[in-house]
Design a binder for this molecule. Structure first.
Ligand SMILES: Cc1cc2nc3c(=O)[nH]c(=O)nc-3n(C[C@H](O)[C@H](O)[C@H](O)COP(=O)(O)OP(=O)(O)OC[C@H]3O[C@@H](n4cnc5c(N)ncnc54)[C@H](O)[C@@H]3O)c2cc1C
Length: 398
């Protein structure tokens, strides 16, 4: 088969790797509009389960990613004026650039043709039996095709920054500004860098002038506000024009009624996005690649393979998309929780994926969980909550 993956992000590159491993007779091309080694964003988090899935897909890539990963341990929640609470947990971070270098090298080694600085669109469709549209959240192929797509825009503003401060444990730090609260999601991803995402409600964003200030003034302001957490280290912008504003965005959740249209199939963010508050978009993109290539190898024809890919992935994604939606909503509703005692605030932040949390008084929720856990009936309550969650999710159409 002749297959073109449009987009050299995790989804496009890993699909190409797996296609060549599955059948070296496949002619596979990856087309990427950026130069090699250039990408947006900083590091991403992932968990052990991803490494296991990757080991099953391609042990070579999995080992390289495991070697490059930065392991962080624990999660801290810091609220200005209230203090800090720590919770044991653990995960990994990896720089996006490093991840893409690993995947691109592996793809090249397996005979994939990589065409960087090359932009293709639906108007100049690649000559291929199958086009894998891995062109990200703003996918031009999705917009041009019959995918029944819609995009939900979140209320908060965020900007994806980096810092040279190695943040370990993972940190949620909430700071109070004259215009309202803002917070970071920060974690180390190598020995010298961390991701530092700053998020806030639109009123805080406008009130601080972050919608108007140029990049240098915005970074200086954010460095002052988060000084206690940066320990003298700078915040780093994604680059570009220092006179332009920082690339603040509202998160866009992509929904599609169909993931294929003829011989074009969507993978990764092109098909679905999940809010960064659950740190899973890259994992889901890589899992899409695994499912798509498996289906292509095992089904009698492409149409059956694409149908199976979509069926399997929709089922696997549903709970994580729900978790992401609830997490995003929780963060849009921080004002409801921020004045709680710190242990209660931390507990409901930790439970932000729950559909129940926004619907009951937070203190009652935390007390009920604590009592249930003490009396060993957590399982029963948890099962009841899962049923309620499903009912509420159905009612919300989530
Ligand atoms: C702030 C933030 C934090 C995040 N943190 C995490 C995290 O911690 N963990 C996690 O798992 N995920 C995280 N994500 C999500 C993750 O970045 C995405 O889900 C993931 O990158 C999706 O991979 P992809 O390959 O589908 O798309 P992308 O990585 O967006 O790749 C798409 C590629 O297609 C190229 N392209 C687009 N159009 C064309 C065209 N017409 N022709 C050629 N090339 C084209 C683009 O240049 C790009 O390289 C985060 C996202 C955000 C916004």
């Amino acid at each position: 088969m002749k297959i073109t993956c449009v987009g050299g992000g995790p989804a496009g590159l890993y699909t190409a790797v797996l296609l060549r491993l599955a059948d070296p007779a496949h002619e596979v091309t990856v087309v990427e509009r950026n130069p090699a080694g250039v990408t947006h964003g900083w590091g991403v988090v992932f968990w052990q389960e991803l490494l296991e899935a990757l080991r099953a897909g391609d042990p070579t890539t999995a080992e390289q990613i495991a070697d490059a990963a930065f392991a962080w341990s624990g999660q801290d929640v810091d609220v200005e004026g209230s203090g800090r609470v720590s919770r044991p947990s653990g995960g990994y971070g990896i720089g996006r650039r490093h991840l893409l270098d690993i995947l691109a090298e592996r793809a090249r080694g397996l005979g994939v043709r990589l065409a960087f600085e090359h932009e293709v669109g639906p108007g100049a469709r690649p000559d291929a039996d199958l086009v894998v549209a891995a062109d990200g959240a703003g996918s031009a192929f999705r917009r041009a095709g019959d995918f029944g797509a819609s995009v939900e825009v979140g209320a908060n503003q965020y900007v994806w920054l980096g810092t040279t401060r190695v943040v370990d444990p993972f940190l949620f730090a909430f700071v109070r500004s004259p215009a309202g609260w803002l917070w970071c999601h920060a974690y180390g991803y190598d020995e010298g860098h961390s991701t530092f995402i700053v998020e806030c409600p639109p009123a805080t964003w406008r009130g601080l002038g972050l919608d108007r200030l140029d990049a240098a003034a915005s970074l200086a302001l954010l460095e002052r506000l988060f000084a206690r957490h940066l320990d003298g280290h700078p915040l780093i912008s994604p680059g570009g024009d220092p006179d332009a504003p920082l690339p603040w965005l509202a998160f866009r959740t992509v929904h599609c009624a169909r993931w294929s249209d003829g011989d074009v199939v969507l993978v990764g963010d092109a098909a679905h996005t999940t809010h960064f508050a659950i740190g899973s978009g890259t994992t889901l993109a890589l899992e899409d690649a695994i499912a798509l290539v498996r289906a292509l190898g095992e089904e009698p024809d492409t149409a059956a393979a694409l149908a199976r890919y979509e069926r399997e992935r929709r089922a696997a994604l549903a709970p994580r998309r729900r978790d992401a939606a609830h997490s995003a909503r929780w963060l849009e509703d921080v004002e409801r929780y921020i004045d709680l005692d710190l242990p209660v605030f931390e507990a409901v932040l930790h439970r932000r994926r729950s559909a129940i949390v926004p619907r009951v008084p937070p203190r009652l929720y935390v007390r009920a969980r604590a009592v249930a856990e003490r009396h060993g009936i957590a399982r029963v309550l948890w099962d009841q909550a899962a049923v309620a969650r499903r009912l509420l999710a159905g009612r919300d159409g989530a």
